[in-house]
Design a protein. Structure first.
Lengths: 322, 358
């Protein structure tokens, strides 16, 4: 920990993030997961996921202490069954209406399911995911309100549909502002201040330059998107603050992603474990934290939340959480 | 004596403490509530939940009144701790692998490969066999009709009538209704569709010299139908696809791709096994009808001449290499000698067929 005393007398610190995991250990975990998934005809999946997350979190270090993932396969299995039930009911309804020769109603059910299930899944996933993440025994948490979030999501979704997708950047920023700003790190509060117009400009520039450069610019576009998600995040604790900053450049992203692709191709996919550990290491090493929060003072404030239904729904629907 | 980091679950304060591994538990020297006071705390193995992350890092969570987390980043501690803490309590297989390192991972890979091989070559063919038995005969006919409609052949009606009359001279032991068709194309081949639809190309008819050769050819093709080879191959292909999807769903699509190609090679191996079965069953048909079994050998010699023009290696060809086929057919004939009779009706029909297909 580098400590400097700023002129005003408050302690400035810059805790470092790093990833200590190794590809070969992670490979061992993935291969065991694969074996047990085959033997159990896929039912091991929730436990496999728990083992994977446990290793990745426990290998990530901040300020000399590791993060921890406390979720269990059992919790995620129960959530998995509930999520499966929800999707099954939706599927049955759609099928039933098709069979009754009123596919119009089926489509309606389908759309309603997307509009309601997706935000509920995102909400539930955040509640579970953050509650099961700890650092030095202090739980993270998500304080978002479900009804509020569903309303926000539906409004943003409708605006995106009406504008034929052009509103997408604003939608993403407004949702991220809501979600990240409701994440707690013990008594610390995250804050995200993204602006739809700025994000739209990044994507517009990225899109056209990628086409003009025949794809080469995509790495710089990726770096811009990553920087936008990191640099507008802050952690507040009382009147103190931590600012986050990305140091990942487009060329560094190019190096990472090209080598990853080669690694995957030449090992016929076996290199997947190394690809993932390399990527996490890269991302962690390229986030700088700076500010005057004393991490020692973060207190336990968040409750435990063990319902993994949202987490599993989000996983099944392939939604990324933030 | 080891050092570790202690967290009290109240604030994110990291305290360096000393840890002693003792009988049935750990002794921690934890600072007390008052500044400067050191308090020894005893954690029972039974009350703790260790999480082995890798060979040098372990996290131990203690629940209850004095809840807390201990993290030790020291391979020596991990090793000693695991000796005292009953390894059987660590039930998660992936933790064993983390402890054992790459050797264990590779061991698991070998187990996986063994399971895969057993699954693919023993369990799946068995399941596919059962599935094929369960499928009704009407399914064969439907499948045959589908194949016929998707690939219609130009039918020579006159020659087909002669071939049907020829085939009627032979007693077929089958539940299927057999249909024999001559197709006027210059291809040296014949095939049978499930359900009993047999096609012989004029290209092949031209190469046949005796009625026994033709009888052998037909009995070989009919054997494919009666043994339901297409249905079996289809079932085993489908079950292989299921296994592949089970293993490679999600990550590593590239490997999945590779394995699905391997699956088609495997089904070729099946086909060769089926060809052998068809040859042997065909021989039995010839014996029962008192047709000279040498006809099968003569047929193979005719086919062998064709093979020499193409030079297809055995591994990638669906038919077993004809030399190999000749050997087991000769052996089979020697083991089951049978009397052969003259079949003047067959000889006449064969001559007419030869003329018609010219």
């Amino acid at each position: 920990m580098e400590q400097q005393y700023s002129p005003s007398g408050t302690v400035a610190s810059a805790p470092s993030l790093s990833f200590k995991g190794s590809g070969s250990s992670y490979f061992g975990i993935l291969i065991v997961n694969m074996l047990l998934s085959v033997v159990t005809l896929g039912f091991y999946y929730p436990w496999a996921r728990a083992a994977r997350l446990r290793y990745l979190y426990s290998s990530t270090e901040m300020e000399g202490s590791r993060f921890a993932w406390n979720g269990t396969g059992k919790e995620m299995f129960i959530g998995f069954l509930k999520a499966l039930g929800i999707l099954l009911v939706i599927g049955l309804l759609v099928g039933l209406f098709a069979w009754m020769k009123v596919p119009f109603l089926g489509v309606l059910v389908y759309l309603a399911a997307i509009v309601f299930v997706v935000p509920v899944a995102i909400h539930g996933a955040n509640r579970y995911h953050w509650s099961r993440t700890t650092w030095r025994g202090i739980r993270f948490g998500y304080r978002g309100n479900r009804n509020e979030f569903v309303k926000l999501f539906i409004k943003e979704m409708l605006l995106t549909i009406v504008t034929l997708g052009f509103y997408g950047s604003w939608m993403l920023m407004n949702i991220r502002n809501y979600v990240v700003s409701n994440i707690r790190f013990g008594s610390g509060e995250f804050l995200y201040e993204g602006d739809g117009w700025e994000y739209f400009k990044i994507n517009l520039k990225g899109y056209f330059l990628t086409i003009i450069t025949l794809g080469i610019y995509s790495f710089w576009w990726q770096a811009d998107i990553f920087r936008y998600s990191i640099d507008h995040t802050r952690l507040l604790h009382g009147d103190k603050v931590f600012n986050f900053r990305s140091t990942a450049s487009g060329s560094a992203f190019a190096g990472l992603l090209i080598l990853n692709a080669l690694l995957l191709i030449f090992t016929l996919g076996i290199g997947y474990a190394w690809v993932q550990t390399r990527t996490i290491k890269f991302l962690m090493e390229n986030v700088e934290i700076e500010g005057n929060i004393a991490l020692d003072e973060l207190a336990q404030t968040e409750e435990e939340y063990k319902n993994a239904t949202g987490e599993d729904l989000a996983d099944m629907l392939d939604l990324s959480i933030i | 004596m080891f050092t570790g980091q202690f967290y009290n679950h109240q604030v994110a304060k990291s305290t360096t403490i000393t840890v002693l591994i003792v009988e049935a538990g750990l002794l921690l020297q934890v600072p007390g509530a008052e500044e400067g006071v050191i308090q020894p705390v005893y954690w029972l193995f039974a009350d703790m939940q260790p999480d082995l992350v890798d060979r040098s890092f372990i996290r131990i969570i203690h629940r209850g009144a004095d809840a807390g987390t201990l993290e030790v980043n020291d391979p020596a501690f991990v090793k000693t701790f695991l000796q005292y803490y009953k390894p059987s309590r660590i039930t998660r297989l992936e933790q064993l692998v983390v402890r054992g390192g790459l050797k264990w991972s590779l061991g698991i890979v070998l187990v996986m490969i063994a399971l895969l091989l057993v699954g693919n070559f023993v369990v799946l063919p068995w399941c596919a066999g059962i599935a094929a038995e369960r499928l009704p005969h009407s399914f064969d006919r439907q499948l045959g009709e589908m194949a016929r409609n998707s690939n219609p052949e130009p039918v020579d009606t006159a020659a087909s009538a002669l071939l049907t009359a020829f085939a009627r001279q032979i007693q077929w032991d089958t539940r299927d209704t057999l249909t024999f068709v001559v197709s006027r194309r210059d291809i040296e081949n014949a095939y049978a569709l499930p359900g009993g639809y047999m096609v012989v190309y004029t290209g092949l008819l031209k190469k046949l010299k005796t009625p026994e050769q033709l009888a052998a050819l037909l009995s070989h093709e009919v054997a494919h139908v009666t043994c339901r080879h297409s249905i079996r191959a289809l079932c085993s292909n489908m079950s292989s696809m299921l296994l592949i999807n089970l293993i490679f769903s999600g990550g590593g699509t590239l490997t999945g791709q590779l394995f699905s190609n391997a699956a088609s090679l495997n089904s070729l191996r099946y086909s060769r096994k089926y060809e052998e079965q068809a040859d042997l069953t065909g021989l039995a048909t010839l014996r029962e009808n008192h047709i000279n079994q040498q006809g099968m050998l003569a047929l193979m010699e005719a086919l062998q001449q064709l093979d020499h023009q193409h030079h297809i290696p055995e591994f990638i060809s669906t038919h077993p290499l004809t030399d190999h086929r000749v050997r087991y057919v000769q052996q089979q004939i020697a083991e089951h000698p049978a009397t052969a009779m003259q079949h003047p009706a067959m000889a006449t029909l064969f001559q007419q067929l030869k003329e018609a297909s010219r």
